[in-house]
Write a protein that binds this ligand. Structure first.
Ligand SMILES: O=c1ccn([C@H]2C[C@H](O)[C@@H](COP(=O)(O)OP(=O)(O)OP(=O)(O)O)O2)c(=O)[nH]1
Length: 197
């Protein structure tokens, strides 16, 4: 008989891999005693609004993390994503920023983020820092861990973030009656600058 809210060990994550847990790509060296380290994709989004409005799409700019890294600035929210696509069939996945980065004042999904049983996709990461801090693409940024769930779960299939493969800004506006069609506009300053030359 399993206890409530049991946390899967690293060994159990490996046993369930490709059965009820998918982590793609998977690297055995990133298994921890009771979690697995996920890595940072090379793109970030930063909102370009003076005030973020929960009820409408907000414009954003896309940044590429160069090989030499990028310095994050305090006072801005950076959205990133994991390189890895994950899926679970019968456990609730959670992600949590690594303590090694918390110790640099870089907060990733503060408080940890609870995923849904049945979520398939890459994870959108919410990051902000206390002091300017340099980060690099492909660094091991957060941990995913798995909780066993008591009782039946509904289907997350139609969830609004299901099958994310890009960084996904907030879709809260859909709940608040905001229009989809005026677009969560992506601002391509670099392209505009090129065109005006
Ligand atoms: O920081 C996070 C938290 C969650 N997720 C994924 C996994 C989760 O299963 C899904 C939905 O997350 P959550 O349930 O927290 O979002 P919501 O705002 O309640 O949306 P929904 O109504 O679709 O559940 O998004 C992320 O990518 N990043």
């Amino acid at each position: 008989m399993h206890g409530l809210n049991m946390l899967l060990s690293g060994e159990e994550i490996k046993r369930k891999l490709n059965e009820t847990i998918l982590i793609e790509p998977f690297d055995e060296s990133r298994i921890n005693p009771n979690s697995y380290n996920l890595t940072l994709h090379h793109e970030l989004l930063v909102y370009e609004e003076v005030i973020l409005d929960a009820a409408t799409p907000n414009r954003y700019r896309r940044l590429e993390i160069p090989a030499e890294g990028i310095t994050l600035q305090p006072g801005l929210l950076y959205l990133g994503r994991t390189v890895e696509h994950t899926e679970t069939k019968d456990t609730a996945p959670m992600i949590k920023g690594r303590s090694s980065l918390g110790r640099l004042g870089l907060f990733i999904n503060p408080g940890g983020s609870l995923g849904d049983v049945g979520y398939c996709g890459t994870w959108t990461l919410e990051m902000h820092c206390v002091q300017p801090v340099r980060i690099y693409a492909n660094m091991q940024i957060c941990q995913i861990y798995y909780l066993q769930v008591q009782g039946e779960c509904g289907d997350y299939g139609p969830g609004k973030y299901q099958n994310s493969s890009d960084i996904q800004p907030s879709l809260m506006y859909r709940e608040l009656g905001g229009e989809d069609h005026d677009g969560q506009m992506e601002l391509n300053f670099d392209e505009l600058l090129h065109e005006s030359r």
